[in-house]
Design a protein around this ligand. Structure first.
Ligand code: NAP
Length: 248
């Protein structure tokens, strides 16, 4: 049975990815800061082991890798899903500490966790799935740190793919998903986003067009288990034909 680590698994997209992986028969190591939500996940879903901690803390990263290897003996997949939007602020109001906090979660932590898991991933011919965003490729007013981080994670995925022929590394755009992050965009976005930019997210919510996290979650689980080597380095959308063909 494959073993897959999922970060940011306490809620939203990460919880759905972890749940879907377990449904497909994987052994899952789920991590995030919210211990109670993780305990609920472990209670609700067979095959999920949890470890609570901040992914920017080296001890958390070492803990999840050690737990996977001690409990299951291998690491076949790593889904770097934990992410944060803040700071929502214009570039003229950028503060170094706020940017560093964003990049620590969205870029440095997934890169460092991948490095720790790499020996086991190589041995298993495993897969790294980095959850990126459409904003890796297009600017959004007020989202400087987040757009920059998602673009950086996309490039980190490409470099990883170029360096590591024994693994498959893929960036996935999950679509616009009905999670706490979208609620935050609706709540704080008006202060700094363009009126049209903010309105778009309000409209998607009000017209019921946000994706249920279970839908891209299933597609991403399939990428984590089945992405072919030919996909390594690619930036794909959850609903691309080549992704759906993997069995979402
Ligand atoms: P969410 O509901 O806010 O979930 C974020 C997850 O990341 C939570 O489980 C959170 O858990 C975890 N997390 C945040 N900071 C962390 C930290 N320092 N240490 C450990 N875990 C941390 O958002 P989501 O929408 O599901 O986002 C999941 C991923 O999808 C993110 O990478 C996001 O950028 C990406 N994405 C989302 C959308 C969308 O429309 N929702 C679109 C494009 C990309 P704790 O708070 O328990 O730590």
């Amino acid at each position: 049975m494959p073993t897959v680590i999922v970060t940011g698994a306490s809620r939203g997209l990460g919880r759905s990815i972890a749940t879907d992986l377990a449904r497909r028969g994987a052994d899952v190591i789920a991590t995030a800061r919210s211990a109670e939500l993780l305990a609920d996940l472990a209670d609700d879903v067979d095959g999920v082991e949890v470890l609570a901690g901040d992914i920017t803390d080296p001890a958390t990263r070492a803990g999840v890798v050690d737990l996977a290897l001690a409990r299951f003996g291998s690491i076949d997949g790593l889904v770097n899903n934990a992410g944060m939007l803040d700071p929502v602020a214009a570039m003229h109001d950028a503060h170094a500490d706020d940017w560093a906090a964003n990049l620590a979660v969205n870029v440095t932590a997934p890169v460092a966790l991948t490095a720790l898991a790499l020996p086991a991933l190589r041995a298993a011919g495993g897969r790294v799935v980095n959850i990126s965003s459409g904003v890796a490729n297009r600017p959004v007013v007020g989202w400087g740190a987040y757009c920059t981080a998602k673009a950086a994670l996309k490039m980190a995925t490409e470099v990883l793919a170029a360096e590591e022929p024994d693994i498959t590394a893929v960036s996935v755009r999950p679509g616009v998903v009905d999670t706490a992050m979208q609620a935050e965009i609706r709540r704080v976005g008006a202060s700094v986003m363009t009126p049209e930019g903010h309105e778009r997210f309000l409209d998607l919510y009000e017209t019921g067009e946000l994706l249920d996290p279970a839908v891209p979650g299933s597609a991403i689980a399939a990428v984590a288990l089945h992405a072919p080597a030919s996909m390594s380095g690619a930036f794909v959308s959850w609903d691309d034909d080549e992704v759906l063909a993997l069995g979402s």
